[in-house]
Design a protein around this ligand. Structure first.
Ligand code: ATP
Ligand code: MG
Length: 402
C-alpha cells in the first residue's frame, strides 16, 4: 500500500456535532473546577500578619499591640496561636482597624447609608486578556483594604469576575441572579439591589454574571425599536443610582466588545480605567477602542446625550521588561497617545498573578505564607498605590460635599 492510500484523519466537523462536543468539554471543565475550587466554601479570604496590618493602618506594630490589648479596647485583638506567637488578623478585623485607627478618611454611616454618593468605576478595553477582570477584582480588594465598601458587577458573559468572587458561575448562578431581570424589567421589585450577593471577601458584594448575559444583546435593541422613548444606554445607570447610597465604590467588569451591555456600563461609569498590556497588538487594539467608542459617543452627543468622566486612566498591566520585551517601546507609544491619562504606576507581570488564575484568585488572595513576601509586594504595592490614587480623588470630592 502506498503512503498516499493510508486512511486520513476525519477532520470535517458538522455544526450539528458541536453540541456533543461542547457537552464533553463542559464535563471536563466541571471536573477541573471541582479539583481547583474544592472544598467548599470555594474561597476564603487571607489572614493578615501584624506587619501587614501595621502597613495598612500606617501605625507601628507596638502601637497595634498596645491598642489591641488595652483595657476596654473595642478593636479586634486578632488571634495568637500559642504564647509568644505573633497575632494574626482576619480580613474583617483588618477592615475594622483601618476604618477606626488609620488616617484614611472614612465617613460614618447614617442609618445604614453613606453620607456621600458611591462612585462607579469601569474597567474597559476591547482586547481580550488585557487584565480587565484581574484589575477589577484587585481594585475592589485594594479599595476594601482602605475600609471602603465595594460592589462589583460582572457584565461579561464569560463570568470570570464571578469566579474570582468564589462563585462557580455555571452552577451557582442562574439567569435570575444576574443583572438580566432588571434589564428586562427595570421596575422589578427591589431593583438592581435585589441581585446583590455577599462574597467570601468582607467589604465586597457582587452581582454575578452568566453566559445568559448575551440575552441583553437581543433584548436592548428590540426594546429600543418597539419603544422610541426607551433609552437602551441608561438602563444600568438607573439601576445603579440607588446603590450609590450603600457602597463607596461600584466597579463594573465588561466583556472585550462594544456590546449593548458594555455601552450601558460605559454610560453608567463616573470614571474609566483601561488596563493595557504593553504589547504592540494590545496597543493597536486600545486605539481602535477609542475610535469605536468615539463613533458611538458622537451618535449620543447628536441626540443631546452627554456625560463627563471624572478621569480616564490607562494602567499598564502585566508589564514585563525582560530583555526581549517590546514593553519599553510600546510604553513610549502609550505615552505619546495617552499623555496624562497614562498612569505612572505600572503593574508588573508576575507568576503569582498568572498562577493565581489557576486557583481563581488574585495576588490579594494570597497570604504571606503562600508566597515570598517580596514577590507579593512587587504586585500588591503598585495596586495599592493605584487604589490610593483613585480613592484620594474621590475623598477630595466627598470632603467637599459632592
Ligand atoms: N500582573 C499580571 N502578571 C501575570 N499575569 C497576569 C497579570 N494580570 C493578569 N494576568 C493574567 O492575564 C490573564 C488575562 O487577565 P484577565 O482575565 O484579567 O483579562 P481580561 O481583560 O479580563 O480578559 P477578557 O477580555 O477575556 O475578559 C489572566 O490569566 C490573568 O491571570
Ligand atoms: Mg475579563
Amino acid at each position: 500500500m502506498k503512503m498516499s492510500e493510508l486512511p486520513g484523519i476525519e477532520r470535517r466537523v458538522k455544526l450539528s456535532n458541536l453540541g456533543e462536543f461542547a457537552k464533553r468539554l463542559s464535563v471536563m471543565t466541571n471536573e477541573l473546577r471541582e479539583q481547583i475550587l474544592a472544598p467548599r466554601p470555594r474561597k476564603s479570604a487571607p489572614s493578615f500578619t501584624i506587619g501587614e496590618l501595621s502597613e495598612l493602618c500606617g501605625i507601628d506594630r507596638q502601637k497595634i499591640n498596645y491598642l489591641a490589648t488595652k483595657e476596654g479596647s473595642e478593636l479586634p485583638a486578632g488571634q495568637t496561636n500559642g504564647t509568644g506567637r505573633a497575632r494574626i488578623f482576619s480580613l474583617k478585623d483588618v477592615r475594622a482597624w483601618v476604618q477606626q485607627v488609620s488616617d484614611i478618611y472614612q465617613t460614618p454611616l447614617v442609618t445604614g447609608t453613606r453620607e456621600h454618593r458611591g462612585r462607579v468605576l469601569i474597567t474597559a478595553n476591547f482586547k481580550g486578556g488585557s487584565c480587565k477582570t484581574t484589575t477589577t477584582m484587585c481594585i475592589a480588594q485594594g479599595l476594601s483594604l482602605r475600609g471602603r465598601k465595594v460592589l462589583v458587577i460582572d457584565l461579561d458573559p464569560q463570568a470570570s469576575l464571578s469566579e474570582l468572587c468564589g462563585l462557580y458561575a455555571e452552577k451557582d448562578v442562574t439567569w435570575e441572579d444576574t443583572v438580566l431581570p432588571f434589564i428586562y424589567e427595570p421596575d422589578i421589585e427591589g431593583g438592581l439591589g435585589a441581585k446583590v450577593q455577599s462574597t467570601y471577601w468582607d467589604g465586597i458584594d457582587v452581582i454575578p454574571a452568566h453566559n445568559y448575559l448575551h440575552d441583553a444583546e437581543f433584548h436592548l435593541p428590540t426594546a429600543q425599536k418597539s419603544n422610541p422613548g426607551f433609552e437602551f444606554w441608561s438602563v444600568l445607570r438607573q439601576g445603579i443610582e440607588p446603590l450609590r447610597a450603600q457602597y463607596d465604590y461600584i466597579v463594573l467588569d465588561t466583556a472585550p466588545a462594544l456590546s449593548y451591555m458594555t455601552l450601558n456600563a460605559l454610560m453608567a461609569a463616573d470614571s474609566m480605567i483601561m488596563p493595557l498590556v504593553p504589547e504592540s497588538l494590545d496597543f493597536i487594539s486600545s486605539v481602535s477602542f477609542w475610535s469605536l467608542f468615539a463613533e458611538v459617543a458622537t451618535g449620543f452627543v447628536e441626540h443631546e446625550v452627554d456625560k463627563t468622566y471624572d478621569f480616564i486612566s490607562v494602567l499598564l498591566s502585566k508589564v514585563d521588561y525582560g530583555s526581549t520585551s517590546s514593553a519599553p517601546v510600546v510604553r513610549s507609544w502609550a505615552q505619546r497617545a495617552y499623555g496624562e491619562w497614562l498612569h505612572t504606576t505600572e503593574i508588573p507581570a508576575s507568576s503569582v498573578m498568572s498562577n493565581g488564575a489557576l486557583a481563581f484568585s488574585t495576588v490579594f488572595d494570597l497570604s504571606r505564607s503562600d508566597a515570598v513576601a517580596k514577590t507579593l509586594a512587587r504586585v500588591k504595592q503598585p495596586l495599592m498605590d493605584y487604589c490610593k490614587w483613585i480613592d484620594d480623588q474621590y475623598v477630595a470630592q466627598w470632603r467637599s460635599g459632592q
